[in-house]
Design a protein around this ligand. Structure first.
Ligand code: T4K
Length: 377
């Protein structure tokens, strides 16, 4: 038996068939159809945000958000973090902008706002922080710095579906926030994403940018692309929205099973709990300090694989160490990001798991360290 890092949330087969039946009757499969609009409205209510527009995936939503805010092609610099999925940084670079890497906080692994200001120059046009693993960035401090320097803020909120801070959606901060609805996330539309803008004008422009800049049959306003969400994926979104609360609750339960077995072990650090933040439990992350635990994160991944458990190294390597970016622009030391990239493992977490799976995974990790300790004495 194999246990993968995640497994998509899927609706009941019959429920999905019922949802797409109308598409076989109407033949309207894409281009802002009825299901797209219904899904968008329901999502808006569920997330508690205005100005949300759907997209074909999270990555293109990031690229198009930068274009919507007028940043693409300016040749400016965008401050971001090297501890993220490669999509974040590619979205910046593919818009003719230069990523500048800021280190992360040791506890939340989000962009370290205390180091941010010293990286701002007259070339800086924006900040792209990441709510990595659904942990909330220092939104107030980032807003204050951005305002003072007149910079745009685009949050990569790919992991932050449904995350709330002080009782409100985290998506309301910044000039834009971008979600991913990829199959591997806690909520999915197979592939998919969305962008949230506080400005109605920006939201409308983003919507046009996802459809070639078309306003009407006779008017084209911008140089947009094609990044529309089709009706089949909107149908998946409608179905999954009904099941997502139960799936998040199951993820919370599994997280507690892990925590019970792994907390208090020297050399292991569990996820940092943030005050006034409600989680979505998309990822179970474990930090392994090899000097104390006796084995490395990579040893643990290898051992788990022998038991058919496919944990992942989200996010390794740090992106300022990959060939595309190591020579690019100004480089600053990011020791916290490099340590995190070497020490963090993402363990399997999905609603197909039971407590025995978690017990097996934890025993495997703890036994490996115990065996290493025996060998050392
Ligand atoms: N920003 C951030 C911070 C992100 O993390 C991401 C995406 C984005 C932006 C861009 O959003 P999208 O354009 O993707 O919407 C995955 C995902 O492809 C990616 O969405 C995600 N982040 C990233 C962190 O992880 P891989 O290469 O690790 O996925 P893969 O195919 O190895 O899948 C992992 C496991 O999940 C598999 O071992 C089995 C299981 N799985 C996977 C798929 C695709 C399933 O059971 N069913 C499936 O359909 O990238």
């Amino acid at each position: 038996m194999s246990i993968y890092v995640t497994k998509p949330l899927m609706p009941d087969y019959q429920e999905y068939i019922e949802e797409i039946r109308c598409l076989f009757e109407s033949g309207m499969l894409t281009n802002y159809g009825r299901l797209h609009e219904r899904f968008r409205r329901k999502l808006k209510t569920y997330l508690g945000v205005d100005g949300i527009e759907l997209c074909t995936n999270g990555h293109l939503a990031l690229e198009l958000a930068l274009q919507t805010l007028g940043l693409a092609g300016t040749g400016g610099e965008v401050i971001t973090t090297p501890f993220t999925f490669v999509s974040t940084v590619h979205a910046i670079a593919r818009n003719g902008l230069t990523p500048v890497f800021c280190d992360i906080r040791e506890d939340t692994m989000t962009l370290d706002a205390e180091k941010l200001e010293s990286l701002i120059t007259d070339k800086t046009v924006a900040i792209m922080p990441v709510h990595v693993y659904g942990s909330v960035c220092d939104v107030e401090r980032i807003s204050e710095i951005a305002e003072r320097h007149q910079l745009k803020v685009i949050y990569d909120a790919a992991h932050a579906f449904g995350v709330e801070y002080q009782g409100k959606s985290i998506l309301q901060y910044g000039d834009a926030s971008v979600l991913s609805f990829h199959a591997t996330k806690c909520f999915n539309t197979i592939e998919g994403g969305a962008a949230v803008f506080p400005s109605r004008r920006d939201a409308q422009k983003f919507r046009r940018m996802c459809n070639y800049g078309i306003v009407s049959e006779e008017e084209i306003q911008e140089i947009g692309g094609n990044a529309k969400m089709d009706e089949f994926r909107a149908a998946m979104g409608l179905c999954n929205l009904r099941g997502v609360d139960a799936a998040i609750e199951k993820r919370r339960e599994i997280t507690a099973w892990y925590d019970k077995r792994l907390q208090g072990i020297p050399g292991l650090t569990l996820r940092h709990a943030q005050e006034e933040v409600s989680q979505n439990y998309t990822y179970y992350i474990l930090r392994i300090d090899p000097a104390v635990f006796g084995v490395t994160r990579d040893d643990v991944c290898r051992e788990l694989k022998t038991y058919g458990v496919y944990a992942r190294k989200y996010f390794y390597p740090a992106l300022n160490e990959i060939p595309a970016y190591e020579q690019l622009g100004r480089q600053y030391p990011t020791p916290a990001a490099h340590r995190a990239a070497k020490e963090i493992v993402t363990l399997p977490l999905h609603d197909g798991m039971n407590e025995e799976h978690v017990a097996m995974i934890c025993s495997c990790i703890l036994n490996l360290a115990a065996a290493a300790e025996r060998k050392a004495v």
